[in-house]
Each structure stands twice: as structure tokens, then as C-alpha cells.
Write a protein that binds this ligand. Structure first.
Ligand SMILES: Nc1ncnc2c1ncn2[C@@H]1O[C@H](COP(=O)(O)OP(=O)(O)OP(=O)(O)O)[C@@H](O)[C@H]1O
Ligand SMILES: [Mg+2]
Length: 366
């Protein structure tokens, strides 16, 4: 027995995984490019085993063998291997037409909504938080809106789907690893929420360079291979924090998901509003209903109570009117809100929390 856990030797891990053969190509798992997002933290080792969509069940034995191989490496206390695929499985009897067509979406072709609508079992609504522009406070809104929904008495799940820079584990001060139970990942629980993040499966500090299809398959898995809810414990809402932007990756993501609605976050600045418009247009084209806009960093309230419109005023309200969607809330610039996010101790009161309470109310009617 050792007092301190040993550091896990990355090369030993790679060698052990490459000693296992991919039954299809005959190559080692690493050489076959199937080992994705390898994470070695303290005594935990995990990765995603990227397999063809048609063969997910066939690879279950490989997945188990990989977990056993990791477990046998000195220093590994807990091993976790998640099967993931770039392509959805085929329906029984179906043949894959234009194989690979979904892997490289043609930006010129008109986006379409998912062909098969899939909502996770026992989940009422899936609401995505999106923005055209990065850094406008999308994750802050996702976390605080989810918490406001909890305060209003809803059962809420929060999925950090920002595969490029998962930040919600930090914002909620939660960096445990989820457990696998009966073939499904169990969400973590924090501040009354059920929580899952791609950041729980991979190193938060590691640069995330995902291919579009890989990102969407990881996201699909976060939605469908997680036990978000059961018949006894249903969820009213699942909030999904999407990565920023309106590129091919976002398009691939929303084409593979059933989103019951999307909330667009923007700051009042013109550049952010232009990107918000672009995002709205993308969602309109894919047939995803936009349920509202949240204006973040709407103003700064000074000690005398005056509201100073640092990034301008009224732009988001005008944009929401033009898009014919409600403006759910105007969130002030609030140092306490930023500190709460950095420290992983979310706000429960004050002007920003109250603004999120109002947004939750408009969104759900309670
Ligand atoms: N209303 C606000 N008042 C003060 N600080 C804020 C506010 N909203 C967001 N911030 C801060 O701005 C920074 C960016 O916010 P956040 O990470 O939520 O943006 P994002 O849109 O999710 O970014 P990304 O595009 O990188 O995912 C964070 O440090 C956050 O704490
Ligand atoms: Mg974010």
C-alpha cells in the first residue's frame, strides 16, 4: 500500500492500449486512431473509444478489455472508457446511403433538423444556450439560468456541451468524475442540479482539438448515454451550454440533437448583436424554435443606483423585437457574478440572480 497515488505513466497507458487490437483493422487501438481524449488525472485514467456507428455494440468487449488494461497499469485506481461514434447507428434493415455524408457537412447545403427526433427518456424539454460570439457570458447564463430554474422548483439538468472549452465544472466547483452504472454515465449532482460535462471526461487544461463529427458524437453521448432521469425522478428541463459560433461544428451539433428551444445570449454591443442575428438565422434554418434572448452585461449599476450602459443600451431589446422573440432578461455587469463563476460558488441572491429568476419565470411561466 502506498500513501500517495503514483503518477500514471502516459507511455505505459498508450503501449497497453496499443497492445489491444481493433478487431476490424487489426491495428493497435492507438494506431487505429480510436483512442480520443485520453485523460490521466491523479489515479484516474479514461478516454473515448471512437468506433463506427454501426459497430458500437460489437466494440463493447474491446471497451471492457481496454478498461481492464488501464486498471492493470500502476497508479490507476479507476479506469473509464466511453464508447463514442461519429455516426448514429443505422435503423434495423436500413442501409447507409452516401456513407460519410454526415461527417463533412456541405456548408452550402441547406441545414435540416434531425431526421429522428430523440429526447432523452423522462426529460421534459431540452433548451440550448447559444451565442454567435464567444465570451458573451453564455456559460454564465447557462449555469445561472439552470440555478434559477431550480430555485423556482423545477427539476433541472445542466449539460456543458462546449467541447472546445468546458468551463461549467469550474463555475460550479465540481470536478468529480461521473460513474458508470449499468452501461450509463451517472450525472453528478451540484447545487440542486444534475450535471454532466465533457470536462469530466477529459483534462480541463488540455487543448481540445475535436473534429466536428467527434464533437457531435461526444455531445450526442452526453445526452443519450447519461442517465439524466428515470420514471421515478424525471427532469423538467435539460439546459445545454453549446460552444460559441455558427460554423460547421455548431451546425453538425444541432442537426444531431433534438432541441426543444434555444436561448440566444448577446451583449448590447453591435458586434455581438450581429453574431446573435447570425445564430438566430442558423437556428431558424434548422427549425429549432428560438424561445428568447438574454442580454448579458446590459449595464453597470453604480453605488448610487444609476445604470451605466457600458456597451450601449436597447440593442438586444430591438433585436429581440425584430426576431419576434421575448427578451427574457437584462443581466447587469456584476463583479459578484464573475467572482462566483471563478470561485465555483454560484450566486443565489442579488440583482444578477434576480434577473435570472425573472428569465426562468418567463421561460417556464413559474
Ligand atoms: N454579467 C456579468 N457580469 C460580470 N462578469 C460576467 C458577466 N457575464 C459573464 N461574465 C464573465 O465574463 C467571462 C466570460 O463569461 P462566460 O465564460 O460565461 O462566457 P462564454 O460566452 O461562455 O464564453 P465562451 O465563448 O468562451 O464559452 C467570465 O469570466 C464571466 O465570469
Ligand atoms: Mg462558455
Amino acid at each position: 500500500m502506498q500513501d500517495k497515488p503514483e503518477m500514471i505513466d502516459r507511455q505505459k497507458v498508450l503501449d497497453a492500449l496499443n497492445a489491444l487490437a481493433d478487431p476490424v483493422s487489426g491495428k493497435g487501438l492507438v494506431d487505429a486512431g480510436m483512442v480520443q481524449g485520453l485523460s490521466l488525472r491523479e489515479d484516474r485514467a479514461g478516454f473515448m473509444l471512437e468506433v463506427p456507428g454501426d459497430a458500437v455494440s460489437a466494440y463493447e468487449t474491446v471497451r471492457q478489455a481496454a478498461e481492464r488494461a488501464l486498471q492493470a497499469i500502476p497508479g490507476v485506481g479507476k479506469a473509464q472508457v466511453v464508447l463514442t461514434s461519429s455516426e448514429p447507428p443505422l435503423a434495423p434493415g436500413a442501409t447507409r446511403v452516401r456513407r460519410g455524408a454526415t461527417l463533412t457537412p456541405d456548408p452550402k447545403s441547406a441545414p435540416r433538423p434531425p431526421e429522428t427526433a430523440e429526447t432523452p427518456d423522462h426529460v421534459g424539454r431540452v433548451i440550448a444556450i447559444a451565442s454567435g460570439k464567444g465570451g458573451v457570458g453564455k456559460s454564465t447564463v447557462a449555469v445561472n439560468l439552470a440555478l434559477a430554474l431550480v430555485r423556482a422548483g423545477h427539476k433541472v439538468g445542466l449539460l456543458d456541451a462546449d467541447v472546445y472549452g468546458p468551463s461549467i465544472p469550474t463555475m460550479l466547483g465540481c470536478d468529480d468524475k461521473p460513474d458508470f452504472v449499468d452501461g450509463k454515465l451517472e450525472p453528478l449532482r451540484a447545487h440542486g442540479l444534475k450535471l454532466m460535462s465533457i470536462g469530466f471526461l477529459v483534462d480541463e487544461a488540455a487543448p481540445m482539438i475535436w473534429r466536428g463529427p467527434m464533437a457531435s458524437s461526444a455531445l450526442r453521448q452526453m445526452i443519450h448515454d447519461v442517465r439524466w432521469a428515470t420514471a421515478e425522478a424525471p427532469l423538467d428541463v435539460l439546459i445545454v451550454d453549446l460552444p460559441p459560433g455558427t460554423g460547421d461544428v455548431q451546425l453538425t451539433l444541432i442537426q444531431k440533437l433534438t432541441l426543444n428551444g434555444v436561448v440566444i445570449v448577446s451583449t448590447p454591443s453591435e458586434v455581438a448583436l450581429i453574431d446573435a442575428r447570425r445564430a438566430a438565422s442558423m437556428f431558424n434554418k434548422t427549425g429549432t424554435p428560438i424561445v428568447g434572448m438574454i442580454e448579458n452585461m446590459a449595464f453597470f449599476q453604480d453605488s448610487a443606483g444609476a445604470q451605466i450602459p457600458i456597451f450601449g443600451r436597447g440593442g438586444a431589446a430591438a433585436e429581440a423585437r425584430a426576431l419576434n422573440i421575448p427578451l427574457l432578461a437584462e443581466i447587469p455587469i456584476d463583479m459578484a457574478l464573475r467572482l462566483a463563476g471563478d470561485e465555483g460558488k454560484p450566486l443565489t441572491e442579488g440583482p444578477a440572480a434576480e434577473a435570472f429568476d425573472r428569465a426562468a419565470k418567463v421561460l417556464t411561466g413559474r
